[in-house]
Design a protein around this ligand. Structure first.
Ligand code: PLP
Length: 455
């Protein structure tokens, strides 16, 4: 093969002709080609094929939590691939890495979340959780409990079920392919979820939707502890507890989508640990293998497993790559490193420094506001005038411009400009050092100076 032999131009030409990219406007891509062609990475640093270096301030897609070039993870993959690259987990067949990973995950997950169903990623995990929730109700003799409630501005993935649950409007443009029985509620209406009928959002809240539809038609409610792609949106204090209580009140299953938050991103092992909430099903992916292998899981509580094992029903669900030995070996090694090297604590401590740095930017730069963060998941908002709350005109593409300026200074961040917002997201690898956090803040500050001149 020709790996490593072609120039950027040659690669770009082939890319344009043969490669349809996810979440990329096909026409613009056809005209301009790939914005970056990555070639290597080490720690928090990435290089493209022309040798340009940058800091990955978002762990690529919030997933490369242990950073790049980790030889232990590569060794774990190689060792397992040579030993047994693949085995099925159907019909009761099993393999050592999957068994041990399930046990390790159970030991880390809160409460009695003790049983894993393995998938290859976040969308598959969420789709699996929806199906398991419905299967649970079927074998409990309540097959009419089929509806899934999710939040506006949520992101749960792109398979048909996960897209149908996703609340970011842009992802709903394949409307005809949305599955039935998915309902949306307004995000973070704390008072309404606590039962306050005077809340103007009551009818649109999860509680309002449950009441309108009838609790006995609802299988589950799914929430991200902190909304990621929706714009790094934090729930108000007490919100997750209120959702847990609401679900308990109506016997509805609570699903936590921890695809971003899981495994240390928020400075605790799981996002829900920040609020001492134990969901019935907890979906993970990304951080479980630090992006080195495609792996996800649905972790479920004992009462769900119990229902399944007391039933004679066959569970017709599973992927060829459920419990993939190589992916699970990488997952096991990832979790071993997380614990051995105190990575979750590093996430918490570096997160505090990052938040402090972002607040410094807010005090010293005109357009920065609404700084928020927990562990190494953080966001800022760019406003034309934070004093009066006047936003930038959407035609100014402020967040896109700012992240481009960061990129010019060797810092990769992500932006979200849903509904006229200009959110900039940060989620650096959890192995980041104090000096590297300072470096990110300095680059962001320099980019803000350039932004103030340009905008
Ligand atoms: N859920 C959340 C919260 C996510 O952020 C993502 C991806 O970004 C997904 C689900 C989908 O995961 P995947 O892309 O692995 O299918």
């Amino acid at each position: 093969n020709r790996l490593g032999t072609l120039t950027r131009e040659e690669l770009a030409e082939i890319d344009i002709k043969h490669y349809l990219h996810p979440t990329t406007p096909p026409k613009a891509h056809y005209l301009s080609g790939p914005s970056t062609i990555f070639s290597e990475g080490k720690g928090i640093y990435l290089k493209d094929v022309e040798g340009q270096e940058r800091i990955d301030g978002v762990s690529m897609l919030w997933n490369v939590n242990l950073g790049y070039g980790n030889e232990e993870l590569a060794e774990a993959a190689k060792h397992q691939m040579v030993k047994l690259a693949y085995s099925s987990s159907f019909s009761g067949q099993s393999n050592e890495p999957a068994i041990l990973l399930a046990q390790k995950v159970a030991s880390l997950a809160p409460g009695d979340l003790n049983v894993c169903f393995f998938t290859s990623g976040g969308s598959e995990s969420n789709d699996t959780a929806f199906k398991l929730a419905r299967f649970y109700w079927k074998i409990k003799g309540k097959p009419e409990r089929t509806k899934i409630i999710s939040l506006e501005q949520s992101f749960h993935g792109v398979t048909v079920g996960a897209t149908s649950a996703t609340g970011i409007e842009g992802f709903q443009n394949f409307t005809t392919s949305n599955a039935p029985n998915f309902l949306k509620a307004i995000a973070h209406a704390l008072n309404a979820e606590r039962g306050d009928k005077s809340d103007p959002n009551y009818a649109r809240s999860i509680r309002g939707v449950i009441e309108a539809e009838g609790a006995d038609t609802i299988a589950a409610v799914i929430v991200e502890p902190i909304q990621g792609a929706g714009g790094v949106r934090f729930p108000p204090e007490g919100y997750l507890q209120a959702v847990r209580k609401l679900c308990d009140e109506h016997g509805i299953l609570m699903i936590a989508d921890e695809v971003i938050c899981g495994f240390g991103r928020t400075g605790k092992m799981f996002g829900v640990d920040n609020w001492d909430v134990v969901p019935d099903l907890l979906c993970v992916a990304k951080g479980i293998s630090s992006g080195y292998a495609h792996l996800g899981a649905v972790i479920m509580r004992e009462h769900i497993r119990e229902a399944f094992i007391l039933s004679d029903e066959m569970m017709f669900h599973g992927f060829t790559y459920s419990g993939h030995p190589m992916a699970c070996a990488v997952g096991l090694k990832t979790l071993e490193i997380l614990e051995r090297d105190n990575i979750v604590e590093n996430s918490r401590l570096r997160g505090e420094e990052l938040l402090k740095g972002l607040k410094y930017l807010e005090s010293n730069h005109k357009h920065v506001t609404q700084v928020r963060g927990l562990g190494l998941l953080a966001g800022i908002e760019l406003l034309k005038d934070p004093e009066t709350g006047v936003p930038f005109d959407p035609s100014e593409h402020a967040a896109a411009k700012y992240t481009d300026l960061c990129m010019d200074l060797g810092l990769q961040l992500r932006y979200f400009d849903w509904k006229g917002t200009n959110t900039v997201a940060l989620a650096p690898p959890l192995i980041i050092t104090k000096t590297q956090v300072e470096d990110i803040i300095n680059r962001m500050s320099d980019a803000l100076k350039a932004f103030e001149k340009q905008i």
